[in-house]
Write a protein that binds this ligand. Structure first.
Ligand code: ATP
Ligand code: MG
Length: 390
């Protein structure tokens, strides 16, 4: 019988409230695996065992989805065996055939959690490793033991009810389960940075709402579809997501017509923050998340960030603030948002960009300029908002 072992990551280190984290993770896993059949779940020794009830379940898809659930430190698709050494050899060696098909070297790592098992870890490694080696000598297929840099590491764990054999231990998504750290609102553009920022805060356990600004007719329907694709992708990690889409056209035209060109960007970012803060209050969000990184563009100089921050009563989390584009891009590729983010559609921020934006704006100047703008456009933003669930 094949089972999945989801080994806890950070949760294993939690003290009194470990159970809460665990329950949250199990709930998220159940949600993530829905549609893939029925499963039996059980927990022991900082591991969640997930057993598909049907032999014909799509094991590869189950594994792929488990790798996106935060809180899981490692995913081990394993063969559950009776705790009897002869049986482990009889059933285990053939089970490894596929995993060892292209390997030239291997080693066995054994762990005996059940100390009543008659062989200790060292003996298991040596004996079981020997059995595998011998089986391949008979097949006249070269397979040698390499303790330092093997092609395949075979894990054999003797646990409470069974022995588990796994030739392919995969690193899990890490972090802590979504929902364990409250709720936040992400300012989601169609760019590379903000989806990465969203991913990073979901990894810290935050449930996310998404807020996107568009400016039709300056921005197109396709730009919106791109953001929807990003939400679909992010939902694989974040669970259910609500996307709030706010029409910013009038507010942007107001700034264009009534403020000096060099201040346009900072003023627009403050409008975004004020709307985000209002929406956060409605949805009980405790923070706003952006994809800003110091120095990347004019609106992300330290002076500009002071002006942006001032517009929000809530803390603004900027998880990529100290990362460079290469580092952010590497994460975007890993989580599958990069190819969507690089589709060429315009963002509302690039609609009326000043030729020479103010790099060191003063907050007092900004506040004076804001007096000329129509505050109702911010106050009544919900009238220009649509909501879509992912
Ligand atoms: P990104 O790659 O995330 O678009 P960026 O480097 O292009 O970031 P800016 O365009 O200055 O930087 O935007 C900074 C941040 O402001 C973004 O990371 C995002 O959080 C937010 N933002 C920008 N445009 C929008 C938008 N149209 N809707 C919602 N949030 C936005
Ligand atoms: Mg952008």
């Amino acid at each position: 019988m094949e089972v999945f072992m989801a080994k806890y990551g950070e949760i294993a280190l939690k003290g009194n409230n470990k159970r809460l984290f665990e329950e949250r993770m199990v709930r998220n896993i159940k949600h993530r695996l829905s549609g893939l059949g029925d499963f039996k779940y059980s927990r022991a020794q900082s591991t969640l065992y997930i057993t598909p009830k049907s032999e014909t379940a799509d094991f590869n898809e189950i594994e792929r989805r488990l790798l996106t659930v935060f809180g899981i430190g490692a995913v081990q698709r394993s063969l559950a065996l009776p705790k009897n050494y002869e049986e482990i050899v009889r059933l285990g060696v053939p089970y490894l055939e596929k995993a060892l098909a292209n390997a030239k070297t291997f080693k066995v790592e054994a762990k005996r959690a059940d100390k009543t098992f008659p062989m200790n870890s060292m003996e298991l490694m040596r004996e079981f490793g020997g059995e595998i080696w011998e089986a391949y000598q008979k097949k006249q297929k070269p397979l040698e033991v390499d303790l330092h840099n093997p092609d395949v590491v075979v894990y054999l764990e003797i646990r409470d009810t069974h022995a588990y054999l796994c030739p392919n231990k995969l690193q899990g998504a890490g972090g802590i389960p979504v929902g364990a750290s409250g709720r936040a609102l992400v300012l989601l553009s169609g760019g590379i940075d903000s989806p990465v920022a969203a991913y990073m805060m979901a990894k810290r356990g935050m449930t996310l709402d998404m807020l996107h600004f568009q400016s039709p007719p300056y921005t197109s329907e396709r730009a919106l579809m791109k953001v929807e694709s990003l939400c679909e992708k992010l939902a694989e990690y974040c669970g259910e997501i609500n996307l709030y889409c706010v029409n910013l056209t009038e507010a942007q035209e107001d700034i264009r017509d009534n403020a000096p060109e060099e201040y346009m960007t900072v003023l627009l970012r403050r409008v975004m923050m004020k709307i985000a803060a209002k929406l956060s209050a409605k949805n009980y969000c405790s923070a706003i998340i952006t994809g800003e990184s110091v120095g990347q563009v004019a609106s992300q100089t330290p002076a500009a960030i002071i002006c942006t921050d001032d517009a929000s009563p809530l803390p603004v989390y900027r998880p990529v603030i100290g990362m460079d584009k290469i580092e952010i891009t590497a994460i975007a590729r890993k989580i599958g948002t990069f190819d969507i983010s690089t589709l060429p559609y315009e963002d509302c921020c690039t609609v009326f960009t000043p030729r020479r934006p103010k790099l060191k704006p003063f907050l007092s100047d900004i506040k004076k300029l804001e007096e000329r703008l129509n505050a109702d456009l911010i106050e009544n933003f919900m009238e220009k908002t649509t909501i879509k669930a992912f």
